[in-house]
Design a protein around this ligand. Structure first.
Ligand code: SAM
Length: 264
């Protein structure tokens, strides 16, 4: 799926309180067709809107009333939306910067490594909706408890897994193949761990979103160099589609999107 989505504008006088607000459709950079399609079937996974002249991203809340990290909400045509903060979520930062490919949509099955307290997982949960599923791996028990209390206990499309992502065979029996592996674990061997999980759980033709914490790998090299070295590790089994640093939202991370190609 391309990232051309419905864009709406919130009138300035309403923007301080994103409560029950009227919205105004504006033409997206992709032209009107995507807007019209999105408006017609009210089926957007996420939407762009304008608040105080600024472009903002939001997802339709899978569980109305469940907010996760103090994000603002607003109502549109009877549905609740949550503003998705690019300074708090690297996936949102990627969308702001210009991800071309976004293969997460309604019904997508995602294996998520490094759930933490669930900021990004919660927005993916909004997007994949009732028919999707997120298998969310986190190894730190205190963090995982927060994740359960604030996010996973409210959302039926999340299966929390308290395990070390270094040992995918320990959660092997939980599920079959997934469409997307999303990895954000900030470890020196983060790419190797992500690849091992893809081998175990990603379907042929599925996608990996690899968040690379460059400082965890080598503080002496520029982030761009670190990212290109990590990309080389992917090349044997993946077609790399896009890579980016996440500045200005995040100075230490890069994002790589690649397609998995199983080789005999
Ligand atoms: N992805 C989260 C978000 O956007 O909301 C933030 C993830 S945070 C940068 C990294 C998380 O990965 C931490 O919660 C950490 O405990 C977890 N983690 C690190 N190594 C791990 C491992 N080997 N297995 C599972 N989780 C791990």
């Amino acid at each position: 799926m391309k990232t051309d989505q419905l864009e709406i504008e919130i009138p300035e006088e309403m923007d301080s309180d994103l409560g029950e607000i009227p919205i105004v459709l504006v033409e997206s950079s992709e032209g009107t067709q995507a807007n019209e399609r999105s408006l017609e079937n009210e089926d957007s996974d996420f939407i762009w809107l304008k608040v105080d002249g600024q472009r903002r991203l939001a997802t339709r809340n899978y569980v109305e009333g469940n907010t996760v990290y103090g994000e603002k909400t607003f109502k549109k045509n009877g549905s609740e939306y949550r503003i998705w903060d690019p300074f708090r979520s690297k996936l949102a930062a990627g969308l702001y910067i210009g991800l071309d490919i976004f293969p997460i949509t309604k019904g997508t099955k995602v294996l998520y490594l490094g759930a933490s307290t669930g900021t990004t997982v919660s927005h993916i949960s909004d997007i994949v909706d009732y028919n999707g599923q997120i298998f969310a791996v986190e190894h730190a028990s205190r963090v995982a408890r927060d994740f359960l209390d604030r996010v996973a206990n409210f959302r039926k499309n999340i299966t929390p897994i308290l395990q070390d992502a270094r040992h995918p065979k320990q959660y092997f029996s939980v599920y079959g193949k997934v469409d997307v592996v999303y990895s954000d674990i900030a470890q020196p061997d983060q790419t190797e761990i992500a690849i091992a999980n893809c081998r175990a759980f990603l379907k042929d033709g599925g996608y990996i979103f690899l968040i690379i914490k460059t400082r965890s790998i080598d503080v002496t090299q520029s982030p761009k160099n670190v990212i290109s070295n990590e990309i080389k590790k992917l090349e044997a089994n993946f077609q790399v589609l896009q890579s980016m640093t996440l500045e200005p939202y995040d100075k230490d991370h890069g994002l790589v999107v690649a397609k998995y190609q199983v080789k005999d």
